[in-house]
Design a protein around this ligand. Structure first.
Ligand SMILES: Cc1cc2nc3c(=O)[nH]c(=O)nc-3n(C[C@H](O)[C@H](O)[C@H](O)COP(=O)(O)OP(=O)(O)OC[C@H]3O[C@@H](n4cnc5c(N)ncnc54)[C@H](O)[C@@H]3O)c2cc1C
Length: 478
């Protein structure tokens, strides 16, 4: 009998896992809302061109370089809508391939909308090897053999969590949420506040700034002093390719390094029955060595990094004994590292597995945060919880090889991405297409492709072109 697995989350890691771990031994239930990319504005440009964001089993787009410094270069970053379409296609292919279980409830057997459900707890069953999963739907509790957690970067630190005092309550007449995190701001429908303050300096905050420049008329962007001494706190979002160059340049006069200490809700102001202004926020900003300053704005959007203990975090969802048992799953086959890199987190029996962005945003008292084994990827794709890293780590975890051969060893399918493939995939590619090549030459090809695509030299930010890849192969094969 097939075993039962629950995957929590419906983002990139989940779909890549389902595709690369396809096995008839498991039936799979996926619980959770569609990921990040379904809520971000569709026309927004991502941080990489399409070839560095391609998903397993799909056509690999041609190599492209991109640059946030020119309109032409900017056009070469993939847009959110196209990425989300690819992800939905992968989800569809996964649903078709096998094993996705749907659940029904009630006498009429209504299908439970698992995409509207959130998992609340995961715990070991007393005296059993199975895990018990409870959800926000009181009628949906599951006993399963394995839980795979693909919940992404996790909940973000709130202003209260960052020691900001919140005074008062929102005025119900306001019409929009006034204090909100980046993802909520992206997903919000109009109306929007006209005067916006952003707090946080990373890549997500830069996205908020770009979006706020469209939605608002006045913007103030604040970031705390970097913990790395004198480095620019707004540079956190800068990757090779300078995706955020325009927003960073355009906001130079609007940015300040300071702390926010208090946010006070101000109700709408009236003179008699005449409304003078709508509800506002009075934000106290404190720059080093200067007296506190007060800014009055409509909305305060924050992006302050993850909170390990917030509502919805893995720490809050999973029972302490399972948390304590989690350990890194090492890259033993040296697919992406020297063998010490971490591909996932798991309990020793793998009944609980953590994959994707969640892996590199998690720590316990006993286990420090794991670095992502990303140094063999092109520099533009070296984002520790980014898509290329999620695709590479989950594929390596499942020993996925994107090449199929028939009984006579003819290649009948190949969807290898030379720029994000791990070393095992590249080795299989060389073995499949150049079976007569001596092992040392085959290894030299793999090593040189990895070295070249991750080279720090200018012009190499996006990896190798198809022509450069072929040149390496032919030179060694000659
Ligand atoms: C604003 C922003 C922009 C980014 N831009 C880029 C970029 O341009 N390029 C790049 O490579 N990376 C980018 N990233 C990094 C991002 O982490 C990855 O792109 C990718 O989404 C990670 O995939 P994942 O599947 O691990 O997580 P996600 O895609 O975040 O998916 C997590 C899933 O878990 C679900 N979930 C969470 N908690 C529960 C629960 N309790 N129960 C059920 N379901 C739950 C969510 O609804 C979601 O479906 C960006 C991140 C952010 C926040």
């Amino acid at each position: 009998m097939a075993k039962l697995r629950v995957i929590i989350g419906q983002g990139t890691a989940t779909e890549v896992y389902r595709y690369t771990a396809a096995s008839k031994d498991w039936e799979t239930i996926v619980i959770g809302p569609r990921g990040l990319w379904s809520v971000l504005p569709g026309e927004h440009k991502m941080g990489q061109p399409a070839h560095l964001l391609s998903l397993p089993g799909q056509n690999v787009p041609a190599y492209q370089s991109a640059s946030g410094k020119t309109a032409k270069g900017m056009a070469n970053f993939l847009d959110v809508h196209s990425y989300q379409q690819g992800l939905l296609e992968l989800a569809k292919a996964n649903d078709k391939r096998s094993g996705l279980v749907t659940l029904t409830q009630g006498k009429k057997g209504q299908t439970i909308n698992l995409a509207a459900c959130k998992v609340e707890s995961v715990e070991r069953e007393f005296n059993r090897t199975t895990l018990l999963v409870t959800t926000a739907n009181p009628r949906l509790t599951l006993r399963v053999d394995q839980v795979v957690i693909g919940t992404g970067i996790g909940p973000q630190r709130t202003p209260e969590g960052a020691d900001i005092k919140i005074v008062g309550k929102p005025d119900p007449s306001v019409g929009f949420k006034q204090i909100l995190e980046a993802a909520e701001y992206f997903a919000a429908a109009p109306p929007y506040g006209k005067e916006v303050m952003i707090f946080g300096g990373g890549a997500t905050a830069a996205w908020v700034a770009a979006e706020a420049m469209e939605r608002a008329t006045r913007l103030k962007w604040i970031a705390r002093k970097s913990s790395r001494g004198n480095s620019d706190p707004f540079a956190g979002g800068t990757l090779p390719g300078d995706r955020n160059f325009q927003v960073i340049s355009l906001t130079t006069p609007l940015r300040a390094i300071a702390n926010v200490t208090e946010i006070k809700y101000l109700p709408a102001a009236y003179a008699g029955k005449r409304r003078l202004r709508g509800p506002k926020l009075r934000v106290t900003v404190q720059a080093e060595g200067k007296p506190p300053q007060v800014c009055v704005v409509d909305q305060f959007v924050y992006s302050l990094g993850g909170d390990q203990f917030a509502e919805g975090s893995i720490r809050r969802m999973v029972a302490p004994d399972l948390i304590r048992a989690l350990e890194p799953v090492r890259d033993k086959s040296q697919a992406l590292s020297d063998g010490k890199g971490t591909l996932a987190l798991a309990t020793p029996g793998r009944e609980l597995l953590v994959i994707g962005a969640a892996v590199y945003n998690f720590e316990t008292y006993a286990m420090p945060r794991q670095p992502a084994p990303m140094s063999t990827l092109p520099r533009n794709a070296q984002v520790l919880d980014g898509i290329a890293m999620v695709v590479a780590s989950v594929s390596a975890l499942n020993n996925y090889i994107p090449i199929k051969q028939d009984a006579k060893a003819n290649v009948v399918e190949c969807s290898i991405n030379f720029n994000t493939a791990d070393k095992n995939q590249l080795s299989c590619y060389v073995a499949a297409f150049y079976p007569e090549l001596a092992a040392d030459k085959a290894n030299a090809i793999v090593d040189e492709v990895v070295l070249q695509r991750s080279d720090k030299a200018p012009g190499r930010e996006f990896g190798v072109t198809e022509a450069e890849f072929n040149e390496i192969v032919h030179r060694h094969a000659a």
